[in-house]
Ligand binder design. Sequence first.
Ligand code: SF4
Length: 457
Amino acid sequence: MMSKVLLINPWIYDFSAYDFWNKPIGLLYLASLLRMNGADLFFIDCLDPYPVDFHNGQENLKPKRKPTGEGTYLRHLIQKPDCLKDVRRHFYSYGMTPYHFLRSLKSIPVPDIVMMTSMMTYWYPAVFATVRLVHQAFPGVPVVLGGNYVTLCPEHASKSGAEYVLPGPAELTIPALMKNLFHQDMRFLPDHNNLDSHPYPAFDLIRHPDQVPIMASRGCPYRCSYCASHLINNQFRRRDPIRVADEIEHWHSRLGIRHFSFYDDALLIDPPGMAIPLLKELIRRNLPTRFHCPNGLHLRDITPELSNLMFKAGFKTIRFGFETSDDLRQRSTGGKVDNRELIEAVVCLKRAGYRGDEIGVYLLCGLPGQSAEEVKESILFVLSCGARPIIAEYSPVPGTGLWKEAMDASPYPITEELLFQNNTLLPCRNDSLTYEMVQTLKLMCRKPDLDLQRDRL
Ligand code: SF4
């Protein structure tokens, strides 16, 4: 009989990492489902910026957190994997130390089963290390591994040491596993196609909920060739916007949350079906809440009405996926936006009250065959529109439309070793887009002295 379930959000091992309103929402959705089916839950978030006892006498190691719920993680230096030893950057473990993790494990009863999530493919060493420590602390207790890395690379994840590796949505795979292991039917099961039938994520398990994420939809109707959205969620599904507002009000009144991040891939697509009724409802409820959208929002549907509603509803952090001003590349990668749409959107957003530096526009850098010149032109274009360009280094993702091109373009064996998919390496760089050039491009974004920067590339 399954009763005690330990849920774990593992560490990150990387050259850099920043908490842009990250929370393991998928794991916490699963937690809620298990709880409704009678499980006792224990949760260890290895990325918790405030692990128990950690800060006693270690004030200098405190992460820098903002009141809005973003900030740095705890981190400590670790040895670089052999294949990355020539990269002249430090390598860190982000999150609590293994000592504190083991202490957390020892502070709870032996669970019947452990369930872990995962994120980026190239963070797998931290996942493997977490599984090893769990086995060390709880020999014989089965570990179940899910999450994005598992969904994208199930075969690779099968080497993690976890007893069960489950790609895809947990609500579709966990019931059969529970039946198999514990001869127990999960009596409460949501309808996979009805997102409103899912219980709210178990955010009460977060020890310091400085913000919580909200998911109003899953998936995206577009198929951009650099994006893994359709591999993670093969359908575009949405909730009832009023139910989304209900959830926001619930977390505000139950946990006092004021800052919410939207995790949707396509929050602004078809605004009458989601964004407009949701924003109107948030304005009507007049809660002291603020919203952050670190995932790129769609520019195409920005109108004066939508911009005004976003501003009035308290959407503070707005980031848009534009990726490039190169017309050919826009069309060849999926055609989600064009230059005219960015110009018009920025006008609408500014009229609504946003400052130019608040309108963040992501530009992909390091796509296969891309030159620094193309990225520079894109930066200049975004600046000329009066918005703020933000460089996002491209990370090739297995199974996406660009994967084959990425494999051909990369100087690294990105299929054989997932660590080479890390965007810090610029895995698809070439002679016309080097690390040094990318540093100059980033400087252009931060200090847009156009004439000076134009000469530097
Ligand atoms: S990049 Fe954005 S628009 Fe394109 S598929 Fe991904 S989520 Fe959808």
